[in-house]
Structures are given as structure tokens and as C-alpha cells.
Design a protein around this ligand. Structure first.
Ligand code: PHE
Length: 350
């Protein structure tokens, strides 16, 4: 008999046409081996709901590894509201979709908790929490730990210090140049923090109105395409995933990559190509963990925000360990991170 690959198979996946919104709602619980599965709720456009399902499956599996590497007693999950292309939600239809998500989560009886992700924020968590208690990052005034995007950005900066130390021999960011691709909630914070560190910056976003934000940070503006291939020390992917492909990697001119975008590699083989090109890639599952580390420390483990922030800074040590292990064993950082995560999940240790 052929063994089922239990590590790639999800524990529980719900696909439902929302009773209120009529929209495709996907909640994917990848693993609860280490504890409750956690992962944000993504509200995004997809050509077909099946693409939203695919995304939820990939993103939730990555969350299992993210939690394991962050040392959290949690597994991975993700929710997706798959909007048809061109559809926009008004206040009422947005609430309906989020209540639909909340109902699916309520049906999972605590095996999964959600949080903010691309397309959602703290106020949306309040709406979901009207249907289920399992929503992280409601505003502080509403009893949650608040917006996670700044904490995610703090983790990205910690990772950038570690990455620069490994790649360039110094963690001083003021002598380095960065291309920040995507100025959403997390990317905007990252850009500002890099500007505070007096780094040389170029930035881009699909939304041209973000240009003022780039200007305020003293960053040059480029199209997303030019930003991706900019001649900089470090590329910082902070938009949607899948940007590192067999087609784009040959065109890159950076020496290293680290950013908060989830699932940056289109396929695992792209890690080998980056390796061959001598581009040091910091695994996104390590770099992007600041938000979930902070939210769980405050909301589940009663830590203060300051204590949680110390944990977020631990991302630097985790990344340094993985990059050194990769170098010592001749493997890619992606492989080193994945095997470290899987080892923790298998042994039940967080
Ligand atoms: N979107 C976050 C991530 O990808 C998930 C998250 C969950 C953030 C819970 C904060 C709290 O890591």
C-alpha cells in the first residue's frame, strides 16, 4: 500500500457557499499536532473559487511550519473569502461575508482561530468575533491585542538585521539599499522603519496612491516590475506571494531577499535557483511570524506587549540559526527551515 503523506494532507478543510453572502468561504485546518491551528483570514480576488481553495491549502500548510519555527504551541490554518474578479464589497456585504467566516470557524469548535491577513484588519476581527470567540487582533479597546501589522514589521526588521549580518558581514542597515515591494499595512511600516534606520530605499505598490507614503520615507518610486529587479542589496517582498519564479529569479539583481509576503516561492524548486544564483533567501515562514508571535503571546499567554516584542525580536536568532545550518550542510535556507519545522511538528515539541 502507498502511504498517505500525512504532512502534506490537511486535517480538515471546509468549503462553503456563505449562507449570508453567497460567497465562497474556505477554512483550511492543516495541522493541530502542536495545538490549536492559527492563521489569518484573507479576503481577496480569485479568478475562480478553486484558486482561493488552492491558496488556503498552501497558506495553511505554511502556517504550520511558521508556528513550529516560531516555537509556538500552535498548528497552521487559514481562511479565504474568494471574491470573484472585479467584485467590491460594501459595508453590509462585507459583514455578511465575515459572519459566514465566523460561522464556519464556530463549527470547528476551537480547533482553529483566525486573525488579520491580506484584505482584513482588526475591525473585521470584531465582526468575525460576533459569531465565534476565535479571532485574534481585535482592537485593544475591543479586548484584543490590536493591529498585528506593526509587530510583523518589527519581526521583518529583526530578520533584515540578521540577514545583512550573514550576507554582508554587518547588521548596519544604513549602508545598505532595499527595494520594498508592496506598501500595504505591513510593507508601509517596514518602509518607515527602514527609513528610520537611514537605509537607501526604493519602493513600489500596485496602488499608485501609496506613492506619497514612499515619498514621506524618502524612498524612490518604481513600478512593481522595476522594483522587483532593482539593483539593490536586499529585496523585501511585502505584497502577495508567488513572485519568485523560474522566470523572475534570473532577472533579479539583489544579493539577498527577506520580506513578510507569505509563500514567496511559486514552487519549492525556485529555492534551488536562488541558491545557484548566490541570492540568500530568508524563508518567509520565519520572517513574517512577528504578528502571530505578538498576538498569541498577549492574547493566549497573558504577556505584556513589551514582553511579546522581545519574542518577536527572537526572529533574528531563529533566522541566523537556519541560515548557518543551511550553509553548514550545503542545503538551501528553504530546506533547512522546512526540515527544522517538520522535526518539531513530528516530535510534538514547540
Ligand atoms: N496573517 C498572519 C500571518 O500570515 C496571521 C495572524 C494570525 C496574524 C493571528 C496575527 C494573529 O502570519
Amino acid at each position: 500500500a502507498t502511504d498517505i503523506d500525512t504532512e502534506s494532507m490537511h486535517e480538515h478543510v471546509v468549503v462553503r457557499r456563505g449562507a449570508r453572502s453567497g460567497l465562497p468561504i474556505v477554512v483550511a485546518v492543516h495541522s493541530t499536532a502542536l495545538g490549536q491551528a492559527i492563521g489569518g483570514c484573507r479576503l481577496a480576488h480569485y479568478p475562480h473559487w478553486r484558486d482561493g481553495l488552492d491558496d488556503a491549502l498552501r497558506l495553511s500548510a505554511a502556517m504550520s511550519d511558521k508556528c513550529a519555527l516560531a516555537g509556538l504551541p500552535n498548528g497552521g490554518g487559514k481562511s479565504v473569502v474568494a471574491l470573484p474578479l472585479g467584485m467590491t464589497l460594501d459595508g453590509a456585504s462585507r459583514r455578511a461575508a465575515l459572519h459566514d467566516v465566523g460561522d464556519v470557524i464556530a463549527g470547528l469548535t476551537g480547533t482553529y482561530a483566525t486573525g488579520p491577513d491580506v484584505g482584513t484588519g482588526p475591525d473585521d476581527m470584531v465582526t468575525i468575533a460576533e459569531r465565534t470567540p476565535y479571532a485574534f487582533c481585535r482592537p485593544v479597546g475591543a479586548g484584543g491585542s490590536g493591529d498585528s501589522s506593526e509587530h510583523t514589521a518589527v519581526g521583518v526588521l529583526a530578520a533584515l538585521h540578521a540577514l545583512c549580518a550573514e550576507r554582508f558581514g554587518s547588521s548596519d542597515l544604513s549602508t545598505r539599499s532595499f527595494a520594498v515591494l508592496g506598501l500595504g499595512r505591513v510593507g508601509g511600516h517596514v518602509l518607515r522603519m527602514l527609513a528610520d534606520a537611514r537605509a537607501t530605499l526604493v519602493a513600489s505598490d500596485v496602488d499608485d496612491s501609496r506613492r506619497t507614503l514612499a515619498g514621506a520615507a524618502g524612498a524612490a518610486w518604481a513600478s512593481p516590475r522595476d522594483c522587483l529587479t532593482a539593483d539593490v542589496d536586499v529585496l523585501v517582498p511585502a505584497a502577495l506571494g508567488g513572485l519568485l519564479t523560474l522566470h523572475t529569479v534570473p532577472k533579479l539583481r539583489c544579493a539577498a531577499i527577506a520580506g513578510p509576503a507569505n509563500n514567496q516561492l511559486d514552487t519549492p524548486a525556485t529555492a534551488d535557483l536562488l541558491h545557484q544564483r548566490g541570492i540568500l533567501w530568508a524563508p518567509d515562514i520565519i520572517v513574517s511570524a512577528g504578528g502571530i508571535i505578538h498576538a498569541t503571546a498577549v492574547e493566549l499567554h497573558d504577556e505584556t506587549s513589551a514582553q511579546a516584542t522581545v519574542r518577536v525580536h527572537g526572529i533574528a536568532d531563529t533566522l541566523t540559526d537556519i541560515l548557518r545550518t543551511a550553509r553548514a550542510t550545503g542545503s538551501t535556507p528553504a530546506d533547512a527551515a522546512r526540515s527544522h519545522a517538520r522535526q518539531r511538528i513530528r516530535s510534538g515539541h514547540h
